[in-house]
Ligand binder design. Structure first.
Ligand SMILES: Cc1ncc(COP(=O)(O)O)c(C=O)c1O
Length: 457
């Protein structure tokens, strides 16, 4: 296992000729020496073709919840492939694992959110929601309610529609986006936008941007608001506690559906099963993905609450939408096993009461470091934001350099972190131990000191 049939050099040459990498400057990649070839993983560690052991404190891409090398997940996938590798769920058919998984998810999600549509990626699930919500408002006789409101720095996927839902300006550039019918407000990013305001006051101010935007567009034109409970890819921004209650109020008052994108938060990342529970969000519909299978196979889901479920069910007729792999039986078997392990090993509880608080406490030791402006996080998700001036919170210029400098020092010393602008993001497997957290902290500390030297010179 993990052995190469080609030499590393042969692999790199083949990769260079034929593989176009996502979210990568493919030209720069080869000018800078080519790809790192990852060959295997065990626990929280991955190994590259040169034999380096690297602690993956980003869980792949926020997704390898149970760590690498869990035999139980491979075993259920194997058994399911032998029993029934595939059958579709389109034409009045189901397969046992799909239905069992729908039931298992409905037991975990907040009351009322219990009708599940399956897809394979977070993007597909959010894309599905956009179509379903527009259908919903048509069925309600309000065909003008079509505009979606998202947030700057929000991330909901990379298709045309989900990039439009998101607020990543660099991504919008590629496809002449956002498409018509998608608007944005700022993100609740207190450290950057809150100034001298108390976070609680700022939370209300940030939420009321939604109210202003709805009034500006006209409530009769607004279909839904979408948000991640805490913002992941945008830089792990945690909303002040006043934010979501105010968003709940606004959505209800103006009859705007509320979509909670739980692709990153779902399945225990914050120490609750869902971020919705942590922040008291009252969504009409939720998106799940990533950790649902611990990333061993692709799967995502749309979870409808009572309002959407009843309308789609009672008045909707045929929902002319679906993917070949909606409810793929092998992915569903792996998701069921992931949920079983999360429950049996009390992993979500451990994130809430033990490893989560421990990671947060240890990261806060960096608050006094000359490069560090803010440390923020909850459970096993966190950001350490680097700034040029701690007092004024002035960012480094050009933005992003400091983050990359630190990320590269950490990688050289055996730790994977992700840099978003100048925030270092932490999102390790939920199975990480205290000793492994100590290793994350030790390497980050070393990286911070090395980056401080580089950035001063
Ligand atoms: C919050 C959120 N939603 C949706 C997505 C898109 O998921 P996928 O990459 O599986 O399409 C992501 C991916 O990182 C995400 O972070």
């Amino acid at each position: 296992m993990g052995q190469l049939t080609l030499s590393v050099d042969e692999l790199r040459a083949l990769d260079k000729r034929h593989h176009f990498h996502p979210f990568t400057d493919n030209k720069a990649l080869w000018e800078e020496g080519g790809t790192r070839v990852i060959t295997r993983g065990e626990g929280v560690y991955i190994y590259d073709a040169e034999g380096n052991r690297i602690l993956d404190a980003f869980a792949g891409l926020w997704c390898v919840a149970l760590g690498y090398g869990r035999k139980e997940l491979a075993e259920v996938a194997y058994q399911q492939m032998l029993e029934l590798p595939f059958y579709n769920t389109f034409f009045k058919c189901t397969t046992p694992r799909v239905t069992e998984l729908a039931g298992a998810i409905a037991e975990l999600t907040p009351p009322g959110l219990d009708r599940i549509f399956f897809a394979t990626s977070g993007s597909e699930a959010n894309e599905t929601i956009v179509k379903a919500v527009r259908h919903f408002w048509n069925l309600h006789g309000k065909p003008n309610k079509k505009t979606f409101i998202g947030r700057t720095y929000g991330y909901h996927g990379s298709t045309m529609v989900t990039t439009s839902l998101g607020g990543m300006a660099e991504m919008h550039e590629h496809g002449d986006l956002p498409l018509p019918g998608f608007a944005h407000i700022s993100s609740p990013y207190w450290y950057r936008f809150g100034g001298d305001m108390d976070p609680k006051d700022y939370g209300v101010v940030a939420a009321r941007e939604l109210e202003k935007k709805i009034q500006e567009l006209g409530p009769d034109n607004v279909a839904a608001f979408i948000g991640e409970p805490l913002m992941g890819a945008g830089g792990v921004m945690l909303p002040p506690e006043t934010y979501w209650p105010e968003i709940n109020r606004i959505c209800k008052q103006y009859d705007v559906l509320l979509i909670a994108d739980e692709v990153v938060c779902g399945f225990g990342r914050t120490g609750e099963w869902f971020g919705t529970q942590l922040y008291g969000i009252e969504p009409d519909v939720m998106t799940l993905g990533k950790q649902i299978t611990s990333a061993y196979l692709p799967l995502s889901a749309v979870v409808m609450g009572p309002r959407m479920r009843e309308t789609m069910h009672e008045k909707g007729g045929e929902f002319r939408h679906g993917f070949t792999y909606s409810g793929h039986p092998v992915s569903c078997a792996v998701a069921l096993e992931t949920i079983r392990i999360l429950k049996d090993e009390k992993i979500v509880e451990r994130v809430k009461t033990d490893t989560g608080p421990y990671l947060q406490k240890r990261l806060r030791e960096f608050a006094d470091h000359p490069l560090v402006g803010e440390v923020r996080g909850v459970g096993l998700v966190a950001a350490v934001e680097l700034v040029a001036d701690k007092k004024t919170r002035q960012p480094f210029r050009p933005e992003g350099n400091a983050g990359i400098t630190l990320r590269d020092h950490c990688l050289k010393n055996g730790l994977i972190l992700r840099a978003t602008r100048d925030s270092m993001l932490f999102s390790p497997p939920l199975t990480i131990t205290r000793d492994e957290i100590d290793e994350v902290i030790a390497i980050t500390k070393k990286g911070l000191d090395l980056a401080a030297k580089d950035l001063k010179s």
